[in-house]
Design a protein around this ligand. Structure first.
Ligand code: F6P
Length: 394
């Protein structure tokens, strides 16, 4: 019998006996490839190794609040392994600690409905809850742990920006989409002597643009961690042209910003736990660059926003295996009573960290802002890219 203490919770120091019979899981935030691999691994480990009963809440925290769930069996996770998305659906809208609703007069109000969610867990005899999500979802996971719920977190995002873990599932599949898109842009850029810009996601972290751009042989990579000077970007393209390379490829992160300007905001989603949506920087760069370059080289510039394609599709080898490792380890953590903690992977070893210590902190020692794990502008990846002549526009 395992006895554990919940750290950093209202129940600090209280002894609990770990007699797990039933667990639940939910997926929160934006989707990515590998979620189904995690769900499958959780369900298979829970049933085959521990004989736990498993239920899955549908639609993330909203499902937990509304008590919408499905029983999870070996057959319900059969055939989902390779598929992107999540069979349990998800939402980035629902913070149950600050839940957006309307009062009787029709005014928008925010209320704490977390006790309803906890009552639902109790009603079904759920002993532990696995929460799979990015930092918004994990922040609520921390808050549920503080209220005494036996929570285990699994980090998820294509952005690869969760602190304390080297890699999140979904990231590598997204990189494959970026690489293949850049390969495709190369042929059309070459045929028309054009400059092609590919805008990719990543929020405040430039990992997707950096590694995707390197794999896809971009000539310029623009990331939020290294503000760019558009004149230096233009110089790189003109220098290439003068050396005989009449096309150029730019891979830009949605969060990239000029040295003298701001990030490009596409919209503010007031209903979301993370309201700012970035987007449009590729088109902006295309306009400004054209004015600087066309009079000299005559090149046309076209911008493509890869958008949600990078979040979907068939899950690649790496993410299938990583998702399996994350999911299986999370259930072992439940069995060992490692609650209030999140699965991590460091130097290829599975480990765990208190969610309290991760959310909003940027633990890795990398440049961090808003808790995100960001690219180190002086790190090995950026250095390798610079060594082979890739410009960061700085
Ligand atoms: O965090 C994952 C991500 O895909 C970001 O890269 C992107 O900025 C954001 O989500 C888009 O969010 P939404 O799905 O709400 O449009």
């Amino acid at each position: 019998m395992v006895v554990h203490y919940i750290r950093n919770s209202n129940f600090e120091g209280e002894k609990m006996e770990n007699k797990i019979k039933k667990i639940a899981l939910l997926t929160g935030g934006g989707d990515c490839s590998g979620l189904n691999a995690v769900i499958r691994a959780v369900v298979r480990t829970a049933i085959l190794k521990y004989n736990y009963e498993v239920i899955g809440y549908v639609g993330g925290y909203f499902g937990l609040f509304r008590d919408e769930y499905v029983p999870m069996t070996l057959s319900s996770v059969s055939g989902i392994f390779h598929q992107g998305g999540t069979m349990l659906k998800m939402s980035s809208r629902d913070n149950l600690f600050n839940y957006r609703t309307v009062d009787e007069q029709g005014n928008v109000i925010h209320i704490d409905v977390s006790d309803i969610a906890i009552a639902n867990l109790k009603k079904h005899g759920v002993d532990a809850l696995i929460i799979i999500g990015g930092d918004g979802t994990l922040t609520s996971a921390r808050d549920f742990a503080r209220k005494g719920v036996n929570v285990v977190g699994i980090p998820k995002t294509i952005d690869n920006d969760v602190p304390a873990t080297d890699i999140t599932f979904g990231y590598r599949t997204a990189l494959d989409h970026i690489m293949l898109s850049l390969d495709a842009l190369h042929t059309t850029a070459y045929s028309h002597d054009r400059v092609m810009i590919l805008e990719v996601m990543g929020r405040q972290a430039g990992w997707l643009a950096l590694e995707g751009g390197m794999a896809g042989s971009a000539d310029v990579i623009l990331i939020p961690e290294i503000p760019y000077d558009i004149k230096k970007v233009a110089k790189q393209i003109i220098d290439r042209y003068n050396r005989g390379s009449r096309f150029s490829i730019i891979c830009v992160s949605e969060g990239a910003k000029p040295i003298d300007g701001e990030q490009t905001i596409k919209r503010i989603d007031k209903t979301s736990t993370d309201p700012i949506r970035l987007g449009g920087v590729g088109e902006q760069i295309a306009k400004t660059l054209e004015e600087l370059i066309q009079p000299i080289t005559g090149q046309d510039i076209r911008s493509t926003n890869l958008g949600y394609i990078q979040r979907g599709g068939v899950t690649n080898t790496f993410d299938r295996v990583l998702g399996t490792k994350y999911g299986a380890f999370a259930v072992d953590m439940i069995a060992n009573g490692n609650f209030g903690q999140m699965v991590t992977i460091k130097s290829d070893k599975m480990n765990k960290v208190y969610i309290e210590d991760v959310v909003g902190k940027g633990l890795t020692g990398e440049t961090s802002s808003g808790g995100a794990r960001r690219v180190n502008p002086k790190g090995d990846l950026v250095t390798a890219a610079r060594n082979i002549g890739i410009s960061f526009g700085d």
